[in-house]
Design a protein around this ligand. Sequence first.
Ligand code: CO8
Length: 254
Amino acid sequence: MIELSYQEEFAVLTLRRPEALNALSFSLIDDIGSAIAEAGRSEARALIVTGAGEKAFCAGADIKELQSRNLGAQRAGAERGQEVFALLDRLSIPSVALVNGYAFGGGCELALACTLRIALPNAKFGLPEVKLGLIPGYGGTQRLPRLVGMGRSLELTMTGRTVAAEEALSIGLVNRIVQPPGLDAAFSYAREFTGNGLRAVQLAREAVLRAADLPLHDGLRMEADLSTLAYQTSDAKEGMQAFVDKRKPLFRDE
Ligand code: CO8
């Protein structure tokens, strides 16, 4: 149900559950967690997350599996999904969601948990949980406002309406619309940052991600700490020397 492959400098995590539009069963969520951990131990410079087939990235939590559960199991399920998606925040390499088709409910939340999102023109986003009498439980109510703001998030979570690719781009829900074949497009998109030294990319990403959790002055202090850390890397020495020598830097990720 989950495939983790390595192509060139990328790890590619593919959700493959065609009979349910790649819906997230609880075992699929566990498999996603294992795949993220494995990708983190690899030599890959970025993780691409996508769905098999042309129709869906992921149609959300498996609604059939959600029925008739006791409250303890339901709460544990939400916490487990949140925990697995949060692994993407802690992953040492950035992740890019390549959204092909539907990204609804938990599928949208998986995309939101990735560092960046790109979409094929047929992508459709939504948090339709209210239409089932539910609300998002895998981080959507917390990550969506951080990305697109409070007003838009309130509208999208209260209406459950569908957002097409162009609108997703215009509100910052996705970073770019790309053309098929999606995987090649994702690779060339990711190369825009994997061409830089990984240490600087890691530290820059960490500083921005932590901004969402900190008051301004604490965030500025954290930025000064991380930028001092970046300054001490061999890549920083090389990057500045290469500028002075008018040549391309040779980063070694250290
Ligand atoms: N769960 C289970 N099965 C699904 C799901 C799903 N989320 N989505 C689609 N499927 C199945 C369908 O049942 C169908 O199977 P079958 O042929 O056996 O009936 C098959 O996939 C194909 O689906 P459709 O025939 O519906 O395909 P359409 O092209 O007509 O429609 C849609 C595609 C619009 C994507 C439609 O399938 C749909 O609306 N799906 C549900 C989307 C949704 O509501 N997602 C949110 C789910 S709730 C959620 O994510 C909560 C997360 C937090 C919970 C925390 C809990 C622990």
